[in-house]
Design a protein around this ligand. Structure first.
Ligand code: SF4
Ligand code: FES
Length: 400
């Protein structure tokens, strides 16, 4: 099998983050990871990945602005010829920094909001950051970056799509990504509270479509449907080890940002190996390349070239075996795990009084019961690492 180069390099510069989002995709055990790479290590990673063929660079975290060496990292990436995207909550952005980023050659800033209302934005991140984000949005425009907003959708804010898009229009967004939560990391712990209902999803898509029709190309809206509502999985990472390479704050190289949880694999570290050998030779990057690892029904399925059997992390989280067919696929013998989760979400939403048309776009009831959610937190991360079961409502979660 011929292996192409990594095209995408995701540099997760730090797991430090002032926010505590309930849907964070960082590993729940982030507190147990090693020391962050030094600036010189990151510069070497950039050079090695570029030499391999990487062209797109994502700078993320945690909150990448927590690193005080972003400016030299951006400057080095720019001189190497990367297209550089900073993925940020905005916390830590100042006019001085954005001016320095512009001078260093940063191409693109993606700013996240949690909601259009201050109350829910601040609740979901457990911080008071709504006003700050609005100020950062103004800075992004002032420095003539394309205005790119990202709002992660879930049961608690998906009824606000009209308001979110009105906010996006007010602040002059050119691109809005309404990305339904992917259930890894902290979002996995909170899945039963975050999974929307089908009715919510349909209303939200219709709302996005109305705004699209009204604004045309003035504001591009990307609505990413949660795959739990599909019958075919996403071609996650275009297949592991195909185009995507993530490096975590401590230098662990991963074929997808969530892959560290996959059992039976030893992930190499950029402090010990060069990226060329990591990409082409390591077991971690080869294990799920191609189709040889597939089990039935993927192994003989005519659609396997299209979706590569779906998402390995999701297959592992839901079935305990990363080589299984992603249970989102309705040909999977485990598909019931997905439909049962959706059914549970429908029942929970009905009981909580959200997710129904009559509930409208108000504040979800869980805001008054924050103990039902697990907020990304250093202390809880340590508890998760030690297996003391910090899950929503203090209960270990099961699949039934
Ligand atoms: Fe894709 Fe596997 Fe489902 Fe076929 S069986 S559609 S390859 S996930
Ligand atoms: Fe890891 Fe899909 S998130 S393979």
């Amino acid at each position: 099998m011929s292996v192409g180069p990594p095209l995408w390099l995701l540099a997760e510069l730090t797991y430090r983050c002032p926010l505590h989002c309930v849907f964070c995709s960082n590993p729940t055990e982030f507190a147990a990871t090693g020391a962050e790479l030094a600036t010189a290590d990151w510069l070497r990673v950039l050079r090695e990945a570029r030499a391999l063929g990487a062209v797109q660079l994502g700078l993320s975290g945690g909150e990448p602005l927590a690193r005080d060496d972003l400016e030299p990292i951006i400057a080095a990436a720019h001189s190497l010829g990367y297209y550089i995207n900073l993925i940020t909550s905005g916390v830590g952005m100042t006019e001085e920094r954005i001016r320095a980023f512009k001078a260093a050659g940063l191409d693109h800033i993606q700013l996240s909001f949690q909601d259009s209302s201050r109350e829910l934005n601040d609740f979901l991140s457990s911080t008071r950051t709504f006003e700050l984000k609005s100020r950062v949005a103004a800075l992004i425009r002032q420095y003539e970056y394309p205005m790119v907003l990202n709002v992660v959708l879930h049961r608690l804010n998906i009824d606000h799509v009209d308001e979110i898009l009105a906010m996006a229009e007010r602040i002059g967004a050119e691109y809005v990504e309404l990305a339904n939560t992917q259930y890894y990391g902290w979002a996995w712990l909170n899945r039963d509270h975050l999974l929307p209902t089908r009715a919510q999803l349909e209303r939200a898509e219709a709302a996005a479509q109305r705004v699209r029709a009204r604004l045309g190309s003035r504001m591009q809206i990307f609505f990413v449907v949660p795959d739990y509502f599909e019958t075919r999985p996403k071609a996650c990472m275009n297949g592991l080890g195909s185009v995507f390479l993530a490096v975590t704050p401590d230098g662990t190289a991963l074929p997808c940002h969530a892959a560290r949880m996959l059992p039976g694999l030893t992930f190499p570290n950029v402090l010990e190996s060069d990226l060329r050998s990591i990409w082409y030779e390591s077991e971690a990057f080869n294990r799920f390349r191609g189709e040889g690892w597939m089990k039935e029904p993927c192994r003989s399925c005519p659609e396997r070239h299209k979706d590569h059997g779906g998402c390995r992390c999701q297959a592992f989280l839901l079935t305990g075996d990363a080589a299984n067919t992603d249970p989102v696929c309705d040909l999977s013998p485990h598909h019931h795990l997905v439909t049962e989760a959706v059914a549970r979400a429908e029942r929970a939403a009905a009981a909580a009084g959200n997710g129904t048309p009559s509930a409208g776009p108000g504040t979800p009831a869980v805001v008054s019961r924050p103990h039902e959610l697990v907020f990304r937190d250093h202390r809880i991360s340590i508890a998760v690492e030690h297996g003391s079961g910090a899950t929503a409502g203090g209960q270990a979660r099961g699949e039934s």
